[in-house]
Design a protein. Sequence first.
Length: 421
Amino acid sequence: MTVVIDEFVDYLINKEATISNAVTRKAEECLEDYLSVTEAGAAKNRKKWSSLISILPEGKAKIFGCNNTTDGRMASLINGFNAHSLELDDGQRFAMIHLGASVISAIMASNDEIGFSKECKLKGIIMGYEAACRIAICMQPSHKKRGYHTAGTCGTIGSAVGVAVAMGMKREQLTRVITAALASSAGMLEIQEQSSEMKPYNLGRAAMDGLVSAYMGLSDFNVPNDMLGGERGFFKLFADSYDKDKLLSDKEYFEIERIYVKPYASCRHSHSAVEAAIKLRDTIDVNQIERVVVKTYSLGVKGHDHKLINGVASAKLSTPYAVAAALLYGRADLSLYEPLNNASIKLAQKIDVVEDEELTAECPAKRVAIVTVILNDGTEVSERIDYAKGEPENPMTKEEREQKKQLLVEYALRANKENEV
């Protein structure tokens, strides 16, 4: 009888041995993007953290965006939360997960506490992304359909593996680390409902518990045979089924090479529609719009088709709002979310988001959106986007990444000035 967790640990060890310079450079890009979005998120949340920061324990781990340090657990929590707050952190469509906010937050906190080389840090990022994505991919979409937030559940595992690899842990230790992380995995999608601002908590908590799970690798306690594939293990509880081949088969790529980088400040499920709307904008008179129909895949509808905008968090999850902003202004950046844009809220009432079964069948290989604008005179114009900007098939250029970084720096400066405590 095979032991799935042993096979998975073997896969990770063998995969780590094949890391190339090109993959390492990709990890450097992810780290750079993470630092930009985390600093900006910290500026946004500065006042809301003030009471908690005032009672934090002493420690060596840096909280990005302020002068405070604390222990690794709390730094991981706060940095992970801030990294996801602006909806501009990286992710991967195949795994249906955000990655850097949890994985890199844990690794950076551990680095502050115990220290390791840049090479080890980047290797940890690569393998943390690999572990989180592989476990998520092999059980999607049933995991998400059950209501789990993959960035919280699988993000815990990725964070733990990332820290363990950065620390140079051996096989037995890595098994103990993954066992602890599986036991700690949590995250419900309900946390994002009713205009909640707590969605990023799932990622901060994943970073925090991933760090603790990694440190459990330094202990010497026995572990169960198979916390991953056992009768009461992770896969039995968190998914209807899982595809072992997707978990363990060796591919020519690393999962970090298949991530997306976000150019727009909205949920990734809206990005193909946003891009289609931007392309359509120059072909129509927005004042003559009667209605707009967005056809997309099923997971891009539920939780993202709302037109009632009850705050910034609600707007960021709303495809109608994002498409309205794109049609009106040709962009969907932070300036159209903070503060909310009344013209976008008004136009969003004319925008319907519906499932197209053929597009659902193409997901996650493609996250397609077809935007059709119907004008008052009956004219219809449509645009289809298969791969939104930032996907590996349609990557952001170096110049676009630099522009994103500059916009985040400018946002952070404004937010810090407005939120002076």
